[in-house]
Ligand binder design. Structure first.
Ligand code: SAH
Length: 281
């Protein structure tokens, strides 16, 4: 007799919206609930960041609607997207709102969910693997490591107007957070670098830019805070990309599992020794 599955997803009811995180790119990083939603939805409303391979998992007859937003741009169409979700749900559809990474991390998922609340449309939230954690893991960079940092801060490089957020307390960030992970950082990279240097982070600090993490086009640039702007331009690093500043970047020498699996690099079992030597000396 076949064993019963230990996991039975909740039914995707007609007339409801599921607000689902698609992870950083690689379809294998979807949750079981995300896959269930893709297999059940009548309409899929997706962002530019959602990988085409993930979208291919939707039912062939599902309506596919590109919400057409690019990360970080001011989005006059946000109310339109929310209205669209409400309308589709009121038509009795199973509406999958699919967003890159996690819907509640720099993704306006909260705004969309509140619009559903206001309209009285029932919804469910399915978290996803955020690029700032899972994308960095694909680059071989853990966001925390006991020998390096016991705190990490996630920061957006854009505010809702598309500028470097003014409300940020840069000196406090620079002093208080050993590792800083910036989303949407490419456009304002020069300003971010400037503010961190002014606030006391050393120009020599290990820094990486991770572009298109977990996709076949993933690229990782290891550099320093001082050199990151020039290096990113020279290497033509493209969106979407994350900026990570902190000692954890050194761990990549030991943890670039993808590079090792592809035979490109040999892993160093003691990647933090440079730091230890420096502190000792
Ligand atoms: N909700 C998403 C973030 C949306 S903001 C999440 O949780 O991941 C968009 C930003 O996310 C991009 O500008 C970039 O900084 C980052 N991002 C998303 N996917 C990425 C990827 N595959 N590789 C690198 N950065 C990514």
């Amino acid at each position: 007799m076949a064993e019963r599955d230990s996991f039975t997803p909740p039914p995707f009811e007609p007339g409801t919206v599921w607000l689902v995180g698609a992870g950083p790119g690689e379809p294998g990083l979807l949750t079981l609930l995300a896959l269930h939603a893709l297999k059940s939805a009548d309409a899929v409303v997706y962002d530019a960041l959602v990988d085409p391979r993930t979208l291919d998992l939707a039912r062939p007859e599902a309506q596919r609607i590109h919400a057409g937003k690019r990360g970080g741009k001011p989005s006059p169409s946000q109310p339109d997207i929310s209205d669209r979700l409400v309308r589709l749900a009121r038509e009795g559809k199973r509406v999958l709102r699919l967003k890159g990474g996690d819907p509640f991390v720099f993704g306006r998922g909260g705004e969309e969910a509140l619009a559903l609340v206001a309209a009285g449309v029932p919804f469910r939230v399915v978290p996803g693997i955020s690029a700032g954690i899972g994308g960095l893991a694909y680059a071989g960079i853990p966001v925390t490591h006991r020998d390096s940092n016991s705190a990490v801060t996630f920061v957006t490089g854009h505010d809702s107007g598309g500028e470097v957020p003014d409300g940020l307390d840069w000196p406090a960030l620079a002093r208080g957070s050993p590792v800083l992970v910036f989303y949407m950082a490419l456009k304002h990279l020069a300003q971010i670098r400037e503010r961190l240097l002014e606030s006391g982070r050393p120009a020599s600090e290990p820094t990486a830019l991770v572009s298109k993490a977990s996709t076949p086009d993933q690229r990782v640039l290891e550099t320093t805070l001082g050199a990151c702007v020039a290096d990113a331009a020279a290497q033509a690093i493209e969106q979407p990309a994350l900026l990570v500043v902190g000692e954890v970047v050194r761990l990549r020498a030991g943890l670039d599992w993808l590079g090792a699996a592809e035979g490109r690099v040999a892993l160093d079992p003691d990647p933090l020794r440079v730091k230890t030597q420096r502190e000792a000396g």
